[in-house]
Write a protein of this length. Sequence first.
Length: 199
Amino acid sequence: MSKLAIIDTGTYYHHRVIHEDRFGQFFDQVIYIRELGQTDLSDITTLIVPCRTDPANLIPHRKLFSDFLQSGKTIVAMGSTGPDKWLDDVSWRFTPTNFWWWKEGGSLNLEIANPEHRLFDHIELADATWHHHGLLTPPNGATSLINANNAGSIFYDDRVTSPGRKIVTTLDPMYHYGNHFMPATTRFLEGFLPWLKSQ
């Protein structure tokens, strides 16, 4: 079982995920963002950067993240964190966010790119379908998990660009769960966090 640490930025939406019992039970260590540089991560196997963490608070720790990966550990970069600014080998591009596709009778045109991946023993595509913030281009050899519009990935698993592992997504479930709306995000976290813990 992985030992999970999560960064706490002090926002109300992170607080609900991190400190209430429903999901707080999955975190072995909670790190306040302003104390990240002074925190001992030697006992942690997976570090989660929760969605909508300001990249300005992450960029100064770029070497810390690189060293963590070089030691063979896992970083999870959630949506709207600007991962291309603080992680090596991440390519993100802006796309307009369609917040109202479900009211307009449209579709996000998402598809599971690798149905054999063990994540999908824990979630279904519907659990990852609300909207996304931009598209990713997975590095050569990385595994895209969910694609959008045949134009890029919104979720991938990278075991090739460092001795460690990067799990990168443009989804923002913690923000929505913390704001008490978007039921799919609750289902997503109910599957995603146990899967991470099992790695």
